[in-house]
Design a binder for this molecule. Structure first.
Ligand code: GCU
Length: 621
């Protein structure tokens, strides 16, 4: 008895010691955003990380190692090159992440998948030492089924991330004449957004599409619902889907689903006098779907839907039948403390700053995080939603395979975000190249066609550099609905000696209007760097930035046919080694056109923009 009493604590202690120094977590059912499949378990908290500069992890079998030597504890989401301004870091590298976890014991799912919200850029995944899948590309979620998962005991997930930017990536690697890697934003490397373990019971949602359509401001709405389900089991079954759109019950019917098969369900309802969604009154309907097999619930999906129409007509954008001339912010989803691995509090801060400045539009160069979409839905912001097809040279875009890859990005972006009322259009890229020509036309035409087929309810746009040389490419932009001009008149010197001073802006805008009478035209960027006190005529001073903004706003406000004006950028961001961005006294690697400094301080120009935006932001009442 005495001996047993003595041994018990030791026994208990032994039981508590994990197989490695890293304890296995039991993830809880929670998600950083609401819309999506039910049954998502956040794999956050402590992970192990190891840099692999010599690319030896595969040969040394890091996917199987049990040792923790050389591995450090990090929190995921994580970027490993935060605050590092070196060329090597911008060019990218390899890092490994590893997480031990147990399945939530209360759950008896048939199968599980891992859902990665964004990993930059090439991802290879192993579970319990075996490869289970790969992905290429960042900012768009991907899922990998968790083959070989242990129901009891510790599982080990290992993720190898290769962030080296290559010429055919989006955005592509670019190297200047001195061999310095360049690019429009920092190559933050790692698992940038969260990872989930997703429960799969019999079926998985392949696509959920809820598409409200109205013909005019107050007419009835038709809501079309299409759901594709995938069978994750080896046996056929009878599957039924019911759901709700607000108070309305919907029934998408019952279908036979063959083993590993896919079944498409659809329904459509009419809603009289719908409560419309608009920036002023962002009404949302709660939507949910329940999937049953033999009467038993096997899966659920939630989302929020806004009834609104967005169209281009007679050369401008209309929301719910009323003309738009909206104001807003370009930004990066970044913070000084976390790089691109930000949390929801920072997302809220960025959205709130945009609103405080009088903005109603958000734009970045890649799809925003799902929570930012939900905030925009709830608060009545519009999103210019873009794929990172930025600055792709003509030589690269010439390859049909590259154009197909870009269209594939578009497909994944639309699939991920099509149910958000806030998404005003699909942008097929940004400043593709300053040389217009048949290659760009081939890309633009195929991308627009694809986007329209996949989602006929939204316009398709492209942001282009507002160079006088690219003034009237009417045939080139023929298939687009919206053209966004990135306007740096009076900031950057023009390419190849063109006169590009600010007094030319007004005439330029009038000329583009004449070139494209049927397209909705927006200014998708304008901005000047500022990092110091000093004379108004000196580029890079607070005063110059204010004066430049006031001049630009004055001119743009005389063009009531514009559908919107977006400042670039709300916040200063980490960009690349050697960046000067037109400022004779830059602070590389920080891009300083932001209205808020990297440390979070508002510049004087923030209040100029606020005054202008509040006075001129135009959207339906
Ligand atoms: C481009 C690009 C931005 C960039 C800006 C600038 O237009 O779209 O990503 O930051 O120029 O030079 O400041």
């Amino acid at each position: 008895m005495v001996r047993l009493r003595f041994l018990l604590p030791l026994f208990a202690l032994l039981l508590c010691v994990p197989s490695s120094a890293h304890a296995a977590d039991k993830p809880n059912e929670q998600a950083l955003y609401q819309d999506g499949p039910q049954g998502r378990y956040l794999l956050d908290g402590d992970w192990l990380f190891r840099k692999d500069d010599a690319d030896q992890g595969i040969n040394q079998r890091w996917m199987r190692t049990t040792s923790t030597a050389g591995w450090n504890t990090v929190k995921v989401p994580n970027v490993w090159n935060l605050g590092d301004a070196s060329n090597e870091s911008m060019a990218g590298g390899i890092g490994w992440y590893r997480k031990d976890f147990e399945l939530p014991s209360a759950d008896s799912a048939l199968a599980w998948a891992f859902r990665f919200e964004s990993v930059n850029y090439r991802t290879r995944v192993w579970l319990n030492g075996k490869p289970i899948g790969e992905n290429t590309g960042a900012y768009i979620p991907f899922e990998i089924q968790a083959a070989g998962l242990k129901r009891k005991g510790t599982n080990r997930l290992v993720v190898r991330v290769d962030s080296k930017r290559l010429d055919r990536d989006f955005p592509p690697a670019r190297t200047n004449a001195d061999g310095v890697p360049s690019g429009g934003w920092w190559n933050y490397s790692g698992i940038q957004r969260e990872v989930y373990l997703k429960k799969l019971d019999t079926v998985d949602f392949q696509r959920v599409q809820v598409r409200p359509e109205i013909d005019c401001g107050t007419c009835d709405a038709t809501v079309r619902m299409n759901i594709n389900l995938r069978n994750v089991t080896n046996r056929g079954q009878r599957v039924s889907i019911t759901g709700k759109f607000g108070d309305r019950k919907v029934n998408l019917g019952t279908k036979s689903l063959g083993p590993k098969g896919i079944a498409a369900f659809s329904d459509s309802i009419r809603i009289s006098n719908p409560k419309l969604w608009s920036p002023q009154t962002p009404n949302l309907y709660d939507v949910s779907f329940t999937v049953r097999v033999d009467g038993k619930k096997v899966a659920g999906y939630d989302l929020h839907s806004g009834v609104r129409s967005i169209k281009v007509s007679q050369g401008r954008l209309f929301l719910n039948g009323a003309p738009l001339n909206v104001r807003g912010m370009g930004l990066h989803e970044e913070s000084k403390a976390a790089g691109f691995a930000i949390d929801n509090a920072r997302r809220e801060e960025l959205v709130n700053l945009t609103r405080e400045a009088g903005g109603t539009v958000l734009r970045t160069h890649y799809p925003f995080h799902p929570y930012t979409h939900e905030l925009a839905d709830r608060l009545g912001l519009l999103i210019w939603e873009e794929i990172p097809v930025y600055s792709v040279s003509t030589a690269v875009l010439k390859e049909p395979s590259v154009r197909r890859l870009a269209v594939h990005e578009l497909e994944r972006m639309i699939g991920a975000n099509e149910n958000h009322a806030s998404v005003m259009l699909w942008s097929i890229g940004n400043e593709l190249s300053s040389q217009p020509g048949p290659v760009q036309v081939a890309y633009i035409d195929s991308a627009v066609k694809f986007a329209k087929e996949m989602d006929p309810t939204r316009p398709v746009g492209l942001a282009v550099a507002a160079y006088p040389s690219s003034l009237c490419q009417a045939t080139q932009y023929k298939s687009l609905d919206v053209i966004g001009f990135n306007n740096y008149f009076g900031w950057y010197p023009g390419p190849s000696g063109q006169i590009f001073d600010r007094t030319k802006l007004s005439g330029y805008l009038d000329a583009v209007r004449a070139c494209y009478p049927d397209k909705a035209l927006m200014v998708t960027e304008f901005g000047a760097e500022a990092n110091r006190d000093g004379p108004i005529e000196e580029k890079g001073t607070w005063a110059f930035q204010q004066d430049w903004i006031n001049y630009q706003m004055n001119v743009m406000n005389t063009k009531p046919w514009l559908s919107g004006v977006v400042y670039w950028a709300l916040n200063e961001f980490w960009v690349r080694p050697g960046w000067e961005g037109g400022n004779p006294r830059p602070a590389a690697p920080i891009h300083q056109k932001g209205l808020v400094t990297y440390d979070g301080v508002k510049k004087p120009a923030f209040f100029d923009i606020q005054r202008w935006f509040k006075a001129t932001n135009q959207f339906p009442p």
